[in-house]
Structure formats: structure tokens, C-alpha cells
Design a protein around this ligand. Structure first.
Ligand code: AMP
Ligand code: MN
Ligand code: MN
Ligand code: MN
Length: 282
């Protein structure tokens, strides 16, 4: 069985490692096929692809797009995309502009809660591309002793109902899927168990996702329990959706799963990579 990981982050978004260092780590751990899926940006793909070529890792162009759907945030992975496809490229740029604005709003909210300097503090953790997210705020708040780790910061400050949370409108589901599919890629619902959708809402999401051209579910994810893996494998099978697997690795010490060595897809799932020309670097 190939060691495959189709979801991870570099410091182009909210990961810790540079794209090249991420690939080195993947190689050390025996990963044979990897997709880099930074949030809302494809800027790390060239560096990662060259590094992967050196290490004989099959590299898949990826991205994780932030989407608003029925007042919730959903993440849609684009796998095997063409990063130069203009509508995708422009759409991602617009989402990133929204992130900068949201960061200012988050800082205002944190200020109201008595936490000053968070915008500058968060930006100190942001990579060269300037993409800012809640994780960068979380790292700053850990640095300042507001919580013991980033997970605790999220719980205390950065999620709905907490002082540093602000509503933000991301891309529409239809936009994200259209950009991905239009670029020749496959749209995948990332970590579907994480949204805690009730049965009916989940069915609505899956209906709409499929109707718009989405074609896969991330069945294996660090966010999923063994039971959730089985549940989403069953959804994938009954709806003829492909199945994907990814660690969602962000950095040593910050993630539940390290790169690769993931559990196998349950039997009967059709892997999202089943017809990709593996062991060929593009
Ligand atoms: P953003 O896209 O800026 O809203 O940030 C979302 C990112 O925050 C996710 O991709 C995770 O990396 C991180 N994140 C979200 N929830 C948590 C949590 N409960 N604990 C730790 N990190 C989280
Ligand atoms: Mn993240
Ligand atoms: Mn995600
Ligand atoms: Mn992710």
C-alpha cells in the first residue's frame, strides 16, 4: 500500500514548516504521495513540487478553500488543481484580502477583551506571503500566556460565542467547487465530521455539494474518530463520492497526526486518487 497524505499545511498559510522542510519531513516518514493544501493560497506549490521531485515523492497540487455555507464555515479541498487557472487564482486572492480585513476585526474584539497588540503580535507569526488566520493569533496568545497551547486559545477566545470571534463571509460553496472543477481538480469536503451537522443538514450539504460538481469526502482525517471514519465512508459509498485521506498536519507539536502513515480507507471506498498517474511527478 502506498503511503499517501493529501492534506497538510506549510508556512504559506498556518503551518510551521516551509514547503521544502515539509517535504523533507514527509520523505523521512516514508510518504510516497503528498498534496500540499494551504488555506486559500497556492504560493507554496512550486517549492514543494521541486522538493518532492528531489525526494521521489509524487506531488499533487492542492489547496484548502474557506467557504461559507448556511452561516457556517466549511473547508473544501481542491486536489490535483491547476494553480494557474485564473478564476481559481483570482478567487483565492479575494479570500486572502478578506482574511486581512477579518484579522483587523479580530484584533478589535480582542482589544475589547483587554488583549492589546494582537494584530502586530499575530503578524509576527505570519509567513512571507502575509496570509493571516486565527492560528497566528492563537500562537501570539500562547506566547503572552493567555492559554497553555493553541487549542486552548481557540476554546477560550477564537470560536463562536467567545470574545475574539468575529463573523466572516468566505467564498460561496458554488464558487469554490466551480474554481476547483474548472481548473481540472477534484473538490473534496475536508474533515466532514468537524462541522457537527445534524443528519438533515448534512444530507443537504452532500446533495448540494454533489449537484455543484463536488466529488469526494475526506474520510480519513485527524479530526475523525474511528466511528466517524466508518460513517463518512458509508456516505461516500452510498453517494458514489470518492474518498480521501489526509493528516491536516500543521507542524511538529501542533497537530494530532504527523505526516503520512494514516489508517487505510475502509473497504469499498474508491480512493480520490484511483485514476491518477502515480509515481509521475508533474
Ligand atoms: P481560520 O481559517 O483563520 O479561521 O483558521 C482555521 C484554522 O485554525 C484551522 O485550519 C486550524 O488550523 C486552526 N483551528 C481551528 N480550530 C482549532 C482548534 N479548536 N484548535 C486548534 N486549532 C484550530
Ligand atoms: Mn489550519
Ligand atoms: Mn480545515
Ligand atoms: Mn487543513
Amino acid at each position: 500500500m502506498l503511503d499517501i497524505d493529501l492534506h497538510c499545511h506549510s508556512n504559506v498559510s498556518d503551518g510551521i514548516l516551509t514547503p521544502a522542510k515539509l517535504i523533507s519531513r514527509a520523505a523521512q516518514r516514508g510518504v510516497e504521495m503528498l498534496a500540499l493544501t494551504d488555506h486559500d493560497d497556492v504560493a507554496g506549490l512550486d517549492e514543494a513540487r521541486s522538493a518532492a521531485f528531489e525526494k521521489n515523492i509524487t506531488f499533487i497540487n492542492g489547496v484548502e478553500i474557506s467557504v461559507s455555507w448556511r452561516n457556517r464555515t466549511i473547508h473544501i479541498l481542491g486536489l490535483n488543481i491547476d494553480p494557474d487557472y485564473q478564476p481559481l487564482f483570482d478567487g483565492l486572492a479575494a479570500i486572502r484580502a478578506g482574511r486581512a480585513q477579518r484579522a483587523q476585526n479580530i484584533a478589535v474584539e480582542l482589544e475589547k477583551a483587554g488583549i492589546g497588540g494582537s494584530l502586530e503580535g499575530a503578524y509576527a507569526y505570519v509567513g512571507e506571503r502575509g496570509l493571516i488566520g486565527r492560528t497566528h493569533f492563537a500562537r501570539y496568545l500562547v506566547e503572552k500566556g493567555y492559554a497553555k497551547d493553541t487549542k486552548s486559545v481557540f476554546k477560550k477566545y477564537l470560536v463562536k460565542g467567545k470574545p475574539g470571534y468575529t463573523h466572516h463571509e468566505w467564498a460561496a460553496l458554488s464558487e469554490a467547487i466551480t474554481w476547483i472543477a474548472g481548473s481540472g481538480g477534484r473538490a473534496v469536503i475536508a474533515h466532514p465530521a468537524r462541522y457537527n451537522l445534524g443528519k438533515n443538514v448534512l444530507n443537504d450539504l452532500l446533495d448540494e455539494f454533489s449537484a455543484l460538481g463536488g466529488c469526494a469526502l475526506e474520510v480519513i482525517s485527524a479530526s475523525h474518530t474511528a466511528q466517524q471514519v466508518e460513517i463518512f465512508a458509508a456516505h461516500a459509498k452510498s453517494r458514489n463520492l470518492f474518498a480521501s485521506c489526509g493528516s491536516d498536519f500543521h507542524g511538529p507539536g501542533e497537530s494530532f497526526y504527523d505526516l503520512g502513515r494514516l489508517p487505510e480507507l475502509p473497504s469499498g471506498c474508491v480512493p480520490v486518487w484511483h485514476d491518477w498517474n502515480t509515481f509521475q511527478n508533474n
